[in-house]
Design a protein around this ligand. Structure first.
Ligand code: SF4
Length: 348
């Protein structure tokens, strides 16, 4: 895109004086990119950006963390997890706190490390905390493929896997109002852009698939402002997102997982919004069934934030009891969380 266009777009966005437009970035990586690029300060006050439910850690219910803690207390089991999840509190404590008390919790950078550890140490069962959306699910499927190939009986997943379309419908029905969606770029690389095209038709709300660079985000927001009230769809991230998505990734997801209902932190059970292991692979499940209990920390309004009912700064605990160093709720823990990003970027 020529500089002139971006300048013109930036100027129009800054001076926009039409009806208020509420735009939701569904994906946590977009939330972080919007903060890093200082996008909110480049927009008119009449263009409101809302962070949606696409941060995996933010939407994981406490029952999942409680179960991981329970598993990690067994002498023959080691729980493996990504960094963010380790700090999120379950009903009573976080995995980090459990680790401090002697539980077997290990932070890893890739789920594939589970395969290596399980192969090297048959005396322990290695359980990976498999949380995430369509983007990470193919990696978990690859872990399972390796487990099958190597006949590993000491590798398991505790799954809390979510998919996007149903939660977007939930947000439209139960949230604070959305005029346009920045469709999740990474998820769309796997699922394809067509599902967002269909959603835009069904919901009569515009969707734009976007990458993560500042200029592309500005162009996306500009497109959504222009499309307000008219519906419509655009894919501005064609370099990575095809209409049909990543067929191989979709095939491997389908091989190991099937659609299910899923519980979302503070939002309850949303029918058809998750994935569970298929019956024939359930021996790799560490007990993911019925993990619905959701004991939100007292006063935390994460769920209202994630559906756009309030902004993080409207939570009475924001910046007081709850900061990145003293995170009270999950949305302040994750680097993709709405509250975390509002706090570190001064976004209000
Ligand atoms: Fe929850 Fe903290 Fe966000 Fe409030 S500021 S909604 S307590 S994470």
């Amino acid at each position: 895109m020529a500089d002139f266009d971006i300048k013109m777009i930036a100027e129009e966005l800054k001076n926009y004086d039409g009806e208020e437009v509420r735009i939701m970035e569904v994906c946590g990586t977009h939330t972080a990119a919007i903060s890093e690029n200082g996008i909110p300060s480049m927009l008119s006050e009449k263009i409101k950006l809302i962070s949606g439910p696409g941060c995996p850690v933010c939407v994981t219910v406490t029952a999942v963390i409680d179960k991981l803690i329970e598993l990690s207390m067994r002498s023959d089991t080691v729980v493996l997890t990504f960094g963010d999840l380790i700090r999120v509190k379950g009903t009573f404590k976080s995995l980090a706190e459990a680790k401090g008390e002697g539980a077997n919790v290990k932070m890893v950078y890739s789920p594939m490390e589970t395969v290596k550890l399980a192969k090297e140490d048959p005396s322990h069962t290695y359980v990976f905390a498999a949380i995430g959306f369509e983007t990470t699910t193919p990696v978990y499927a690859t872990v399972l493929e390796e487990a099958v190939k190597n006949n590993l009986n000491n590798l398991k997943l505790l799954t809390s896997l979510k998919t996007m379309p149903e939660v977007i419908r939930f947000v439209v029905k139960n949230g604070g109002g959305v005029d346009g969606f920045i469709a999740p770029g990474h998820v769309a690389t796997i699922t394809g852009s067509n599902i967002y095209k269909e959603l835009s038709k069904e919901l009569q709300i515009p969707f734009v698939v976007s990458g993560f660079e500042g200029t592309q985000l500005l162009l996306t927001i500009y497109s959504l402002v222009k499309m307000k009230g008219k519906g419509g769809f655009k894919n501005l991230y064609k370099s990575a997102v095809r209409e049909e998505g990543n067929i191989k990734a979709k095939e491997i997801i389908q091989k190991f997982f099937e659609p299910s209902d899923a519980s979302w932190r503070g939002m309850g059970k949303i029918p058809g919004s998750g994935l569970i292991l298929r019956e024939e692979y359930r021996k790799f499940d560490a007990g993911s069934d019925m993990l619905d209990e959701d004991n939100m920390p007292p006063g935390c309004r994460c769920a209202d934030v994630l559906v756009g009912k309030i902004k993080p700064a409207d939570c009475p605990l924001f910046g007081k009891k709850c900061t990145p160093d003293t995170a009270h709720g999950a949305c302040m823990v994750s680097t993709e969380g709405s509250c975390y990003n509002y706090f570190i970027s001064g976004r209000r």
